[in-house]
Design a binder for this molecule. Structure first.
Ligand code: AMP
Length: 292
């Protein structure tokens, strides 16, 4: 496995692979890799001739009071995990290389970035879309893999990739969870044992809502209330039921929706969600029987 540090170096490597007729699957990450990242890297390797992962803690997507400085960094262990997952090249530029003096360009996606996390993290998504656009230009992938864990990010990146004619196919992968339901996240490392136990309320509440949806409940207010009631005193930033494509809040569930929650547990901000697609023309409760 090769480690590349400079955009030009990365691009040259990718040009070579493309010249050989190889497809490139790409997984952008901020490191502190866990099984969630691993599932993306393995899929990138399975579905493409070569898999590339980037490891870059992008300063521009952190707000001034966020955790950029204390974000976990463990480059050697990350490289070992990437290699194990079949990654053949790690792209790990420095912040100075990504944003040299005089840097002046941003990429931002309108509307989709205004709600949910965009409301409490101003500037976050333009940081994300800018860095992903730059990473795409350096890595020149055929496909890029993102986790549904960051559902709003997936929708925003998909739109950016389409709007900017990147030609990159965006692949969304399911959330990988700990055996007890907690969505894996690099930020889970911040949680004390007590906080981690408390944080389980998020996935528990979402799973409860999932069962309501599967039993045919369609009223968004009722579903959101059910989640809020099960957060066991955790302070929610938001609990929202939104359309999976445009992220607009819905009143009645139809088509595909995302039920998303963001909450602070101690000092740590966690996000989680479930995606649900209502069966077309459902006339009543959706049960295993009716699905057959
Ligand atoms: P990050 O390093 O947090 O920027 O995440 C890099 C990629 O991994 C993003 O596309 C995330 O959505 C994805 N990811 C993070 N956690 C998970 C998880 N638990 N399951 C699946 N994908 C994840």
């Amino acid at each position: 496995m090769i480690v590349l540090r400079e955009p030009n170096e990365m691009r040259r490597w990718s040009f070579e692979r493309r010249r050989e007729g190889k497809t490139i699957g790409f997984v952008p990450t901020m490191g502190a890799l866990h099984e969630g990242h691993a599932s993306l890297m393995r899929e990138a390797g399975r579905k493409n001739d070569v898999a590339v992962a980037s490891i870059f803690v992008n300063p521009t997507q952190f707000g001034p009071n966020e955790d950029f400085n204390k974000y976990p960094r463990m480059f050697d262990a990350d490289c070992a995990m990437a290699r194990e997952c079949g990654v053949v090249a790690v792209y790990a530029p420095t912040a100075g290389m990504m944003y040299p003096p005089g840097y002046a360009t941003t990429v931002s996606v309108a509307r989709l970035t205004e709600g949910l996390c965009g409301r409490s993290r101003p500037g976050h998504f333009s940081g994300v879309t800018t860095v992903v656009a730059k990473l795409f230009n350096a890595v020149m992938p055929h496909r890029a893999y993102f986790g549904q864990k960051d559902a709003q990010q997936c929708a925003v990146i998909r739109r950016m990739a389409r709007d900017l004619d990147t030609g990159v196919e965006i692949v969304e992968m399911p959330i990988v969870r700990e055996p007890d339901g907690l969505a894996m996240s690099s930020r889970n490392a911040y949680l004390s044992a007590d906080e981690r136990a408390k944080a389980l309320a998020l996935s528990r509440a979402l799973f409860h809502a999932q069962s309501l949806l599967e039993n045919g409940r369609r009223d968004a207010r009722e579903i959101v209330r059910a989640v809020r009631e099960r957060l066991d005193g955790i302070e929610a930033d938001y609990v929202e039921l939104v359309d999976a494509e445009n992220l607009e809040p819905v009143n009645e569930v139809s088509g595909c929706v995302v039920l998303a929650v963001a909450a602070r547990v101690g000092a740590t901000r966690l996000i989680d969600n479930i995606k649900y697609c209502a069966p077309a023309a459902s006339a009543g409760p959706h049960t295993e029987e009716s699905a057959k």
